[in-house]
Every structure is written in structure tokens, then in C-alpha cells.
Design a protein around this ligand. Structure first.
Ligand code: ARG
Length: 403
């Protein structure tokens, strides 16, 4: 039975490129529409995807959502200090947006199904499937369903005159958006293998970074960065500028063992210079303007937010509720953070805010605006219960336990 139109989330890479002939040959679709979504990957990647989609698919769309990605996905992540197992998450932020854009095209093209090139081993399949199924559409995942291996894919691509973009010697799987670049696969799958310099594109190695530190000032308004050294930028331009500035100093590399959603441990390499600098500054500014209670509670909220974002569960009602809470705290996250970029590291040099919960006069050892004697009264009661138990002595405590 010949089926109608299928819409394919298209990157121009090997997996999604062989999906075009596969969807016709093995799945009997008579029309394949490709969609490339621009979330800030390199221009040449978008160009390649566009050219290949136009050449090999029956119809192709390239959609630029860079501004929306920054404002609706990266900004909330900054406010939530979004990170997973210690690195600033990136791929997981872009996947739901890419899927939503593909859903829009599927509805327009009256397609009943959406295809993607994810394997059955990673997180992206779950993030895509969630959004596609929520829209009431069927999922087709040829790489996962046909259990394909990379060698088979390369052969199949050659037979179908699909250009193979990877050299066999460097078969990294790369995912890129303006917030983060991830490199995995190939020899990197051996956790003991030392990553070669060539996997990194946005950052230099700390040895090659300038011998002189660079000082910058980031200005925040409502929890998001708005200016570098007093000069205002749009969110997207600011991130791009910081990627270059901090990348030059070798900031924001991660080499780690990550626990994927399915439970598999995977060796992952990342570079995210702007994200590292912005999150360092944002956390620091929060510590100046939020109360101790807010900070402690927000840490838990941030963790839960990050878990949901990592899984791509953006329609989970709790996700909206957490965003609402985080939003109320961020109204006060305004101010400046001075930072030093140097040899792979970013360090906060100073911070200021008109909403700082900070009184130099109260805390200073040099001022007499609080009568220190008042603390004596507090001290009389401080830890009183623990003191009473402690005073019973070890023996009494043990005997009391036997009664
Ligand atoms: N492990 C990361 C995540 O799940 C990155 C996955 C990126 N995918 C890729 N094909 N490189 O968010």
C-alpha cells in the first residue's frame, strides 16, 4: 500500500539523509518533505541541509527560529541555571522546538506521520517522539526501527548516491545550536580514549589561550544577560559574541560520562563557552539579590526544572508551574557582574545590583550601626536543644535509649 506524505526532521547528516530513500523504499511513502530548523548551528550546516533537502526530497523547508530559541528556550534555562550532571544543557533545549516546527509543517502538508533520524539508544528519540505524539501524529524512526549500523548506512548512502558527509576516520556525531555543541561517537565511545583537539571548534585548548586575562562586565535584566561591557545586544548576538570571546580563552569544555534517560552511560564531550560564562555570572548575581530562603528553595526548583528540560517534557504541567515560580524570582535579578576570562576558566571579580540584599553598613567590621551586644541574646538560645542533649553526656544518652 502506497502511503501519502511523510515529513522528515532533516539535518543534512548521514542518518537523516539516508532516511529520504528509506522512507520510500522500505516504508512506501510516496512523498518525503524535509524540514531543516535553524537553531544557531553553523551557517554552512544550514546551507548543506537546505541544498541537500532541495535536491533529494520532494519538497524542502528551512525555518529560522534562532530568536525564538533564545528567548523562549535559552532564557528560561538561564533563569533556572539549567544544567544536567554538571554541564549546561543544550541539545535538550532545542529538540522540543525543532519538533514543534516540524509538527507545524506536517499539519500544513497534511502528513499523518513525522520521521526522524534518531537511534534507539539516545535521548533525542524520546524528546522528538513526545512532541510528535502529543500532536496526534505517528512517528517513523527508520534508524531505530531497522536497527541500522553506521557501516550499513554508509554503504546504503553510496548505493543511493547520497553524499556521505563523514570521513570514516572521523565519525563523530555532532549536535550544534547557539548554546552548545556536543560531540560523541566513534573512538570517543571508549571512555578511556583521550579526545583529540580536532573535535573542538568553538574553543581553543587552555594552553593555546592568551597568556593575558581578559576582563568583561555582563549586565543582567530580569535574570537574562542584556549587555557586554555596557554595550547592549539582542539575546542571540550576545550569546554569539560571548561564544567567540570566551572560546578564545578555552572556556566551557566538558568531557564526561553522562547518564542518559534510558539508563545507558555514555561518554560525551561538549563545548559551550557563552553558556559557561553566563551561568557563572547569573548564579553569582542571584546570590546577591535573592534571600537565603529563596536561594535554598530555588536550588530544588532548578534541579527539577533541569530534569524535565533534559527529558524534553515541556508539556508537563509542572514545567509551566516551575517556570512561573522561577519567573517571580528573576524580576530582581538585575545588575552587573565583572568577570575574568583566563586559560580555560571564568572567575567572578565583583558584582553589583541596585536590588542587592546587602548592607555594607550592617555587615562591616568597621561600623557600629548594629550594637554587637544584641547578638549575645541570640547566642543564649542558639542550638539550645543540641546543647542540652550534648550536656547529658555519652553515657546518659546510651542509658536513656535502653529505657
Ligand atoms: N547527550 C546529550 C543530550 O542528550 C547530547 C546528545 C546530542 N546528540 C548528538 N547526536 N550528538 O542532550
Amino acid at each position: 500500500m502506497v502511503k501519502g506524505t511523510v515529513v522528515l526532521a532533516y539535518s543534512g547528516g548521514l542518518d537523516t539523509s539516508i532516511c529520504i530513500p528509506l522512507l520510500k523504499e522500505r516504508y512506501s511513502y510516496n512523498r518525503v518533505v524535509t524540514v531543516a530548523v535553524n537553531v544557531g548551528q553553523r551557517d554552512e550546516e544550514i546551507e548543506v541541509a537546505t541544498k541537500k533537502g532541495q535536491k533529494f526530497a520532494d519538497c524542502h523547508y528551512t525555518i529560522d527560529v534562532r530568536k525564538r530559541f533564545v528567548e523562549e528556550y535559552i532564557f528560561p534555562s538561564i533563569k533556572a541555571n539549567g544544567s544536567y550532571e554538571g554541564y549546561p544543557m543544550g541539545t535538550s533545549l532545542a529538540r522540543p522546538l525543532i519538533a514543534e516546527e516540524v509538527v507545524k509543517i506536517a499539519k500544513k502538508e497534511k502528513a499523518a506521520a513525522i520521521a526522524h533520524g534518531c537511534t534507539g539508544k539516545g535521548n533525542d528519540q524520546l524528546r522528538f517522539d513526545f512532541i510528535i505524539r502529543a500532536a496526534g501524529l505517528d512517528v517513523v524512526a527508520p534508524i531505530r526501527e531497522l536497527n541500522l549500523t553506521r557501516d550499513w548506512e554508509i554503504e546504503y548512502a553510496k548505493e543511493h548516491r547520497v553524499p556521505v558527509p563523514v570521513k570514516k576516520s572521523k565519525p563523530w556525531s555532532i549536535d550544534e545550536n547557539c548554546w552548545s555543541r556536543s560531540i560523541e561517537g566513534g573512538r570517543l565511545e571508549d571512555p578511556a580514549f583521550h579526545p583529540p583537539e580536532e573535535i573542538y571548534l568553538w574553543t581553543v585548548s587552555p594552553e593555546k589561550a592568551p597568556a593575558k586575562p581578559e576582563k568583561i562586565t555582563l549586565t543582567f535584566s530580569g535574570g537574562v544577560p542584556v549587555a557586554i561591557n555596557g554595550k547592549k545586544f539582542s539575546g542571540y548576538d550576545l550569546i554569539q559574541k560571548l561564544n567567540i570571546l570566551a572560546g578564545r580563552h578555552g572556556i566551557g569544555r566538558n568531557d564526561m560520562i553522562e547518564d542518559r534517560i534510558l539508563g545507558l552511560k555514555a561518554r560525551e564531550n561538549y563545548e559551550h563557552p557563552a553558556a559557561t560564562v553566563i551561568l557563572t555570572a547569573h548564579r553569582d548575581l542571584e546570590s546577591l539579590v535573592l534571600t537565603r530562603q529563596e536561594l535554598a528553595f530555588k536550588r530544588m526548583v532548578d534541579d527539577k526544572w533541569s530534569e524535565l528540560a533534559y527529558k524534553g517534557l515541556i508539556y508537563e504541567p509542572l514545567y509551566a508551574a516551575l517556570n512561573a515560580f522561577i519567573g517571580t524570582t528573576q524580576d530582581r535579578v538585575n545588575g552587573h557582574v565583572d568577570l575574568e576570562l583566563y586559560k580555560g576558566g571564568v572567575r567572578v571579580l565583583g558584582r553589583s545590583s541596585s536590588q542587592a540584599i546587602y548592607s555594607g553598613d550592617l555587615v562591616s567590621f568597621d561600623s557600629a550601626s548594629i550594637d554587637q551586644c544584641h547578638a549575645i541574646g541570640v547566642s543564649q538560645y542558639f542550638g539550645i536543644q543540641a546543647r542540652l542533649v550534648h550536656a547529658m553526656g555519652e553515657k546518659t544518652r546510651k542509658n536513656a535509649g535502653k529505657q
